[in-house]
Design a protein around this ligand. Structure first.
Ligand SMILES: Nc1nc2c(c(=O)[nH]1)N[C@H]1C(S)=C(S)[C@@H](COP(=O)(O)OP(=O)(O)OC[C@H]3O[C@@H](n4cnc5c(N)ncnc54)[C@H](O)[C@@H]3O)O[C@H]1N2
Ligand code: MOO
Length: 412
């Protein structure tokens, strides 16, 4: 039997994961916390915008008829009987033959039918000269002209962006019902791992995966708890994992899942019998594990240790699961098409994810392979902004061919 025939398909593995992932229960959350999340219900505006008639200019509130004939040569003189600033709560009314000093955003006094900007006056204090006739209703912002009480200001399923946050705040909505961001515990394993900033020993390397994955978790809109790397000892690993479960909606580990003698994650979790380990027909990212652990059946992803493998596995399997938990659709990134600038090759029977630099161009976008396909090549990964996806039956792709590309930084 060839190796490929024992591999599980990428789509099959993802489908099985998504099948076991549940959406997190929704509850009302502070407005800013909901940025990027989809609304679970329609939100109805409890009031109209503007909330009350108010001035669009700093100037004078007048009765239009009093000043309809005003010109620079024949200004109209009016007594100034008061001043209204924004935030003033007193209700104010005015009579014909008078003017009231008014500020931008301040409520229009009853009886006022136009606002004359200060530039069209002598800026008078006790009396004012109106030097130009306004239009009737000029510079009065009408209550409800923007949003009406009862309007739907956020539709179910709509993604809450900065503009919608602004609108919701404007109508006084301070909390929105959404599914929460999953809390994701990210753990690295490997006795060779040292935290960045610490001293390296001769045979040690820096732990990049826990940083890479925690950053990817945040970019996916979830909450990351990064845990310092645990050594290759199953007992220590299980202890650390058990301690972390209390704050985890999901656990993501990296390393220790292939065929070595110190493959700690596989060893530890195989004994618990809850995580299924398999090999997936992809490169990078062949050794995978997924299951649930602990009293709350917390989903756990055991990703391969090679840094690029862990990142690609995150994009392909973990990010869609996190999106499902938040109720965000689509779960997976859609692929775009681009012209590849050089020939590339792939292993038959595996879906290849090559690092690429994507440039949108009018008349046809372009993608350039960066770095090699090795799962340890972090330099190339950091230069990439896309993954070029070569299907399982593809072995070579000539330069100039049209290829599917996954854009890594774009909103889904
Ligand atoms: N005999 C075989 N050996 C390997 C196979 C195989 O099928 N047969 N598969 C290879 C593939 S593919 C991958 S991917 C890796 C996966 O290995 P593990 O998940 O067990 O990971 P480790 O052995 O712990 O580490 C692999 C590699 O990555 C480095 N690493 C691990 N964690 C980190 C980290 N947090 N930060 C930076 N670098 C990390 C580690 O030092 C190793 O170089 O197995 C192949 N072997
Ligand atoms: O499949 Mo491994 O993940 O190449 O490097």
């Amino acid at each position: 039997m060839s190796e490929n025939s024992s591999l599980r398909g990428v789509d099959e593995h993802l489908a099985s994961i998504l099948d076991q992932i549940r959406e997190l229960p929704a509850y009302d959350q502070p407005l800013l916390e909901t940025l990027g999340l989809p609304a679970v219900d329609d939100v109805i505006s409890p009031l109209s915008l503007p909330i009350f008639d108010n001035s669009a200019m700093d100037g004078y509130a007048v009765v239009f008829r009093d000043v309809a004939e005003a010109t620079p040569d024949r200004p109209v003189h009016l007594p100034v009987v008061g001043e209204i600033a924004a935030g003033q709560t007193q209700i104010f009314a005015m009579s014909p033959g008078t003017a009231v000093r008014i500020m931008t955003g301040a409520p229009i006094p009853t009886g006022c039918t136009a606002v004359v900007p200060v530039e069209d006056t002598d800026d008078g204090v006790a009396t004012v000269q109106i030097r130009r006739a306004p239009r009737e209703g000029q510079h009065i912002r009408r209550a409800g002209e923007d949003v009406k009480e009862g309007d739907v200001v956020l539709r179910q399923g709509e993604r809450i962006d900065a503009r919608r946050v602004g609108l919701l705040a404007s109508v006084g909505v301070g909390r929105i019902i959404t599914r929460p961001r999953p809390r994701v515990v990210v753990m690295s394993t490997g006795s060779e791992l040292v935290d960045p900033g610490e001293q390296l020993a001769r045979d040690s390397i820096y732990d990049s995966n826990s940083y890479l994955l925690a950053a990817a978790v945040r970019q996916a809109g979830a909450i990351a708890y990064r845990v310092a790397a645990t050594p290759d000892d199953p007992e220590t690993f299980v202890e650390a994992l058990t301690d972390q479960l209390v704050r985890a909606d999901v656990v993501v580990t990296s390393g220790g899942v292939s065929k070595g003698t110190h493959d700690v994650v596989k060893e530890a979790l195989s004994q618990l019998g809850t995580v299924e380990f398999c090999e997936v027909a992809m490169q990078p990212g062949k050794p995978q594990g997924f299951g649930v652990i602990g009293e709350d059946d917390t989903p756990i992803f055991t990703l391969p240790g090679n840094p690029v493998s862990s990142y690609v596995s995150f994009e392909v399997f973990v990010a869609p699961a996190l999106r499902k938990m938040m109720g965000r659709t689509p779960y997976s990134r859609s692929l775009v098409r681009a012209r590849i600038t050089s020939e590339v090759s792939s292993m038959k029977g595996r879906r290849q994810f090559l690092r690429g630099f994507f440039e949108p161009r009018v008349g046809g976008s372009v993608v350039t392979p960066v770095g090699g396909p090795g799962s340890h090549l972090m330099g190339g990964l950091a230069q990439a902004n896309a993954l070029i996806v070569l299907a399982e039956d593809v072995t070579t792709v000539p330069a100039e061919a049209d290829v599917p590309v996954m854009l890594l930084d774009r909103e889904y």
